[in-house]
Design a protein around this ligand. Structure first.
Ligand code: NAD
Ligand code: IPM
Ligand code: MN
Length: 368
């Protein structure tokens, strides 16, 4: 059916500001392509703490369970930073949602549009054709979730523990996603680990090599994470797909975002197992956070949120034409020279715009 339903969790900081733009885009996409999306707005994160006293109300979980997908803004901020760890927005809402829905595959497509090359801090000759790398990040395992976790006193000292755990089965399934993605792209996959130090990474590398046997056309290579961080800056154009664990993927994807011009450009899809109809239940969110430093000023870049909506339409609703059209509308707005502050360099032909103006331009481009 083309009558869909989604849960909208805008959250904190710039979350509601950029979500407003994504919803405008969704309205136009529905009208143009003839489908409907019922939306239910739910409390999450600091906004939920302030309203009802906990970061992830039961109501919110229930609405998400009934929906086809979740469109997520961002959570967290200084106001809630001193609460007990598990009551904070990130650990009390975002991570539990990912775990609850089994969203183990986080796709982060870092794309530097040719028109934004000069906004990238890497030398333009290093990205002659822009930058286009997909980071496939494992999202429900590793040091984020391993047990034991916590802190205790020991001999008058304080000990804090996080445990990095990966099961072979967890590595295998994320590697399969990455190889499958590479098959649909340039067929080059770099697996990022720290196999010179970590047991987890030795198992990661072994397993990745095993999975590669099922994808003989994909050229697989391995990099230690420190070297990967360096090579991304040194030769950004040499990468096609990256696959890595939860923490390394978190860090490298922010780096990729910046190579693309701004963190405000990087969307993400967090997916579980594929359904019989080839679609996924998923959560879609910008890779960046609530940006407290610019929240409330109407200047945040809404593109990561809008491209996250496009990924939602593609992976969870199967509305591929609308997804393509939204990407094209974003490109058109960028090509016309419009720039939110994070992308603005003062070059000829650039116009600095607000969050709302960027949203309006994308809406207009989508309407034609
Ligand atoms: P951040 O990603 O919020 O901000 C980092 C920098 O990027 C800031 O200078 C910010 O202004 C800029 N930035 C991010 N998104 C932007 C956008 N759309 N347009 C323009 N500039 C943008 O990271 P932080 O400051 O380390 O974290 C702030 C809060 O967000 C913390 O509470 C953190 O835990 C949380 N966080 C949440 C998510 C999420 O909900 N998925 C992700 C990352 C961080
Ligand atoms: C992200 C964020 C989260 C993460 C935080 C807020 C828990 O940085 O989505 O990249 O580390 O996964
Ligand atoms: Mn992050």
């Amino acid at each position: 059916s083309r009558n869909h339903s989604i849960a909208i969790l805008a959250g904190d900081g710039i979350g509601p500001e950029v979500m407003k733009q994504a919803v405008k885009v969704l309205d136009v996409a529905c009208a143009r392509f003839g489908f409907t999306v019922e939306r239910e707005h739910c409390l999450v994160g600091g906004a939920a703490i302030d309203a009802v006293g906990c970061p992830l109300p039961q109501d919110t979980v229930q609405v998400c369970e009934k929906a086809d997908a979740i469109l997520f803004g961002s959570v967290g901020g200084p106001k809630w930073e001193n609460l007990p760890p598990d009551e904070q927005p990130e650990r009390g809402a975002l991570l539990p949602i990912r775990k609850h829905f089994g969203l183990f595959a986080n796709l982060r497509p870092g794309v530097c549009l040719p028109a934004l090359k000069h906004a990238s801090p890497v030398k333009n000759e290093l990205i002659p054709n822009g930058f286009d790398v997909l980071c496939v990040r494992e999202l429900t395992g590793g040091i984020y979730f391993g047990q034991p976790k916590g802190r205790h006193e020991e001999n008058g000292d304080i000990v804090a523990i996080d445990t990095m755990v990966y099961k072979k089965s967890e590595i295998e399934r994320i590697c399969r996603i990455a190889f499958t993605a590479a098959m649909a792209r340039d067929k080059r996959l770099v697996s990022v680990d720290k196999a010179n130090v970590l047991q987890n990474s030795i198992l990661w590398r072994e397993t990745c090599i095993e999975v590669s046997k099922d994808f003989p056309e994909v050229e697989l290579s391995h990099l230690y994470v420190d070297n990967a961080a360096m090579q991304l800056i040194k030769q950004p154009a040499s990468f096609d797909v990256l696959v890595t664990g939860n923490l390394f993927g978190d860090i490298l994807s922010d780096e990729m975002a910046m190579i693309s011009g701004s963190l405000g450009m990087l969307p993400s899809a967090s997916l579980g197992e594929q359904n019989d109809n080839g679609l996924y239940f998923g959560m879609y969110e910008p890779s960046g956070g609530s940006a407290p430093d610019i929240a409330g000023q109407g200047i945040a870049n809404p593109i990561a949120q809008i491209l996250s909506l496009s990924m939602l339409l593609r992976y969870s609703l199967g509305e591929n034409e609308a997804a393509d059209a939204i990407e094209a509308a974003v490109n058109a707005a960028i090509d016309s020279g419009l720039r939110t502050g994070d992308l603005y360099t003062g070059a000829d032909g650039e116009t600095k715009v607000s969050t709302d103006e960027m949203g309006d331009a994308i809406v207009t481009a989508l309407q034609v």
